[in-house]
Write a protein that binds this ligand. Structure first.
Ligand code: FPP
Length: 231
């Protein structure tokens, strides 16, 4: 692997459903396989020295999926976070959530809040789950919070600039993603990190997320590094 390791990579983990279908499995079994891949990618991110890994786990659009699949996608984070907590502590991993936590079912919310609070002083790698996340939803919430703070005279219209908007985002305090990876063949941004992706390099692969691996992660980094040399 040549060149520098970026600070922040965000991954749109697409293709779980199709991966399952291709193997005669259910879509949920595809999501389970995706969660195993996610585990490996977190380990790989630690190894290569990434500082922030954002994972698009559930979008505000995903609520329209069949109820059984939605339920599975809400159970997975709770199971995953509860099981992996000792590992996060041991490896100095801090869990962050970007998204509307209040809109999650109570067991998911509880697991998320616990993982965030118990790992808050860790600082080797930040794993930021985009959960119940939508870029437009986020920007609407920013507008509402800014208006409310103006009304409460905490800020004035003149205070509004890029830096201030950053502090109202779910990702407040995190650097912007250097690279956004989308697996599964689609080449769209799909309401992901609309504000934060303004300068990100985009990298796409046809590989379904359960088959994504360290080799592809390093390939993405290397190809983006090459783009930068050409600039
Ligand atoms: C998109 O693939 C993927 C998702 C909607 C869910 C991604 C979730 C995980 C990988 C696991 C999350 C687990 C935790 C612990 C947060 P898709 O269903 O749209 O696949 P398709 O494009 O083939 O239909």
């Amino acid at each position: 692997m040549e060149g520098t390791i970026p600070t922040h990579i965000a991954i749109m983990m697409d293709g779980n459903g199709r991966w399952g279908k291709q193997r005669g499995l259910t879509r949920s079994q595809g999501h389970y396989a995706g969660s195993k891949t996610m585990e490996n990618i977190i380990k790989d991110s630690l190894e290569i020295g990434l500082k922030v890994l954002t994972l698009y786990a559930f979008s505000t659009e995903n609520w329209t999926r069949p109820p059984k699949e939605v339920q599975y996608l809400m159970d997975l984070p709770a199971k995953f976070l509860n099981t992996k907590l000792p590992d996060f502590m041991e490896n100095d991993i801090k869990i962050c959530i970007s998204g509307d936590i209040e809109g999650l079912p109570s067991h998911t919310k509880k697991a998320v809040k616990k993982a965030v609070s118990e790992t808050k002083n860790n600082n080797k790698l930040i794993v930021n789950f985009a959960l119940n996340y939508g870029g437009r939803h986020e920007l609407i919430s920013v507008v509402k919070k800014i208006l409310s703070d103006i009304q409460d005279t905490k800020i004035t219209i003149e205070n509004i600039d890029e830096q201030l908007v950053n502090t109202y985002l779910y990702t407040s305090g995190l650097p912007e993603p250097d690279i956004i990876i989308r697996t599964g063949g689609e080449q769209r941004i799909s309401n992901f990190l609309l504000w934060q992706s303004s300068k990100s390099e985009l990298w796409f692969t046809d590989t379904y997320f359960p088959d994504f691996n360290k080799k592809l992660l390093l390939q993405a980094i290397e190809e983006v590094n090459k783009r930068k040399i050409k600039e």
